[in-house]
Design a protein around this ligand. Structure first.
Ligand code: SF4
Ligand code: SF4
Length: 143
């Protein structure tokens, strides 16, 4: 269980392919309203938040991006690893109308795990998509 009160910095990782079209507004809105994958973040706490993409299939670039972030953030502001959490966007973690979850999800989580950063899953969660997942309408129910 990630201690969110201990965190100051959120890095939202989004699917590189999806981000060719998606501005990420619904992820930002979910954070702003503390819904979906952000529902457990305290409302009265200010967080810094940054968006990255996985870098494209197979997601290997995420390790370099995060290690670069950790190195520079530590140097410039003494930001500690323990104060950072990585939030994987729902377009990576959830089955939906457009696509199945990322086929490299476990690999990406393992890469992030190598950086020592905590990971949380999901960002925006659509009520109707959630209902369809529960009803088994989407073929994959891995998440
Ligand atoms: S979860 Fe939705 S809003 Fe967020 S990046 Fe993916 S497609 Fe865009
Ligand atoms: S590795 Fe997964 S999250 Fe990244 S671009 Fe490919 S499908 Fe999207």
């Amino acid at each position: 269980m990630v201690n969110l009160a201990q965190k100051d910095y959120i890095i939202v990782v989004q699917c590189d392919i999806v981000k060719e079209r998606c501005p990420g507004y619904l992820c930002e809105k979910a954070f702003h309203e503390r819904t979906g994958g952000f529902k457990d973040y305290p409302e009265d706490k200010q967080y810094r938040i940054m968006n990255l993409t996985c870098g494209g299939c197979c997601g290997k670039a995420i390790h370099r991006k995060l290690t670069s972030f950790l190195r520079v953030a530590a140097k410039k502001e003494d930001i500690k690893k323990d104060s950072v959490v990585v939030q994987l966007s729902s377009c990576m973690t959830k089955d939906n109308f457009h696509a199945l979850p990322c086929p490299h999800l476990d690999y990406i989580k393992a890469l992030i795990g190598k950086t020592g950063l905590d990971i949380k899953e999901d960002t925006v969660i659509s009520q109707s998509a959630e209902k369809r997942r529960e009803q088994g309408i989407y073929k994959s129910n891995e998440v």
